[in-house]
Design a protein around this ligand. Structure first.
Ligand code: NAD
Ligand code: ZN
Length: 251
């Protein structure tokens, strides 16, 4: 299986990766469906909605600040680094991710398309104000702040710049992702349950256009039925081995 995946990847010309929360699990970021994905007995699905934010912005902000702190402590794992290396080798055009944790970029991936936003960005609920807290160096201050964060331009409430359940995906990111998927001759599907749409269309688009689907997951997912190669295992263990094999074929 590993050899087959490596051969397919080495002979591909426009491969992409499609990743989900599972790729960050070994970095210590719980997936939403993990038991330790629970926060104060709330399910993420109950907090990551615009309705929850309308009803109780303080609760939702407390949850997001907790997640930001947790993700700040997390480092990329060998799976993130393996994808960055494939890009450097010219074997991966882009990483399309449903994760908001920034770990692909931290690992050195350059062409990262974030379908569900980024937890370190905030945006205004009224005007077009946006800020990346990591880049503007205001993260510490933000995390220790009492009360609710307000827009410096108009005074309205700020919200996390992430896509909540039931919200549309950012159009530009989705269009770029779909275009890449249409042209891709291979997609590496890693650590996603493949049940959150429209993101989960991506492997289907690749398949429909004649590309191969190579999946890595600790269990079967919604994508497994269309996978040409399914490798059961942890992303942080499987991906570096594939990269080693690919290098033997390529160089
Ligand atoms: P998910 O929680 O639905 O599924 C995670 C998948 O990863 C499962 O199929 C599981 O079997 C697999 N998995 C777990 N550990 C793995 C490992 N070590 N190696 C390989 N596979 C592993 O995640 P999803 O499909 O991304 O959808 C959940 C939504 O929640 C996403 O839209 C995302 O935006 C959000 N989310 C993001 C993060 C993050 O940014 N790290 C974390 C949790 C949730
Ligand atoms: Zn504003």
């Amino acid at each position: 299986m590993l050899e087959r995946a490596a051969r397919l990847l080495a002979s591909s010309r426009s491969a992409i990766a499609f990743t989900g929360a599972g790729i960050s699990a070994e970095s210590g970021v719980p997936t939403f469906r993990d038991r330790d994905g629970l926060w104060k007995n709330y399910k993420a699905e109950e907090l990551a909605t615009s309705e929850a934010f309308r009803k109780n912005p303080k609760l939702v902000w407390d949850f997001y600040r907790w997640r930001m702190r947790l993700i700040l402590k997390a480092r990329p794992n060998p799976a993130h680094y393996a994808l960055a290396e494939l890009e450097r080798l010219g074997l991966l055009k882009a990483v399309i991710t449903q994760n908001v944790d920034d770990l692909h970029r931290e690992a050195g991936s350059r062409n990262v398309i974030e379908l569900h936003g980024n937890i370190f960005r905030v945006r205004c609920t009224s005007c077009s104000y946006r800020e990346n807290l990591k880049e503007s160096d205001t993260l510490e201050e933000f995390l220790s702040m009492e009360g609710l964060p307000k827009c410096p331009e108009c005074g309205s409430l700020l919200r996390p710049d992430v896509v909540w359940f039931g919200e549309p995906l950012p159009r530009e990111a989705l269009e770029r992702a779909f275009e890449l998927a249409e042209r891709a001759d291979l997609v590496l599907v890693i650590g996603t349950s493949g049940v959150v749409y429209p993101a989960a269309y991506i492997p289907y688009i690749v398949k429909e256009n004649g590309g191969k689907v190579v999946e890595i997951n600790v269990e079967r997912s919604g994508i497994t039925p269309i996978a040409d190669v399914f490798i059961r295992g942890k992303a942080g263990e499987v991906l570096p081995r594939i990269v080693e094999l690919v290098k033997e074929v390529v160089v």
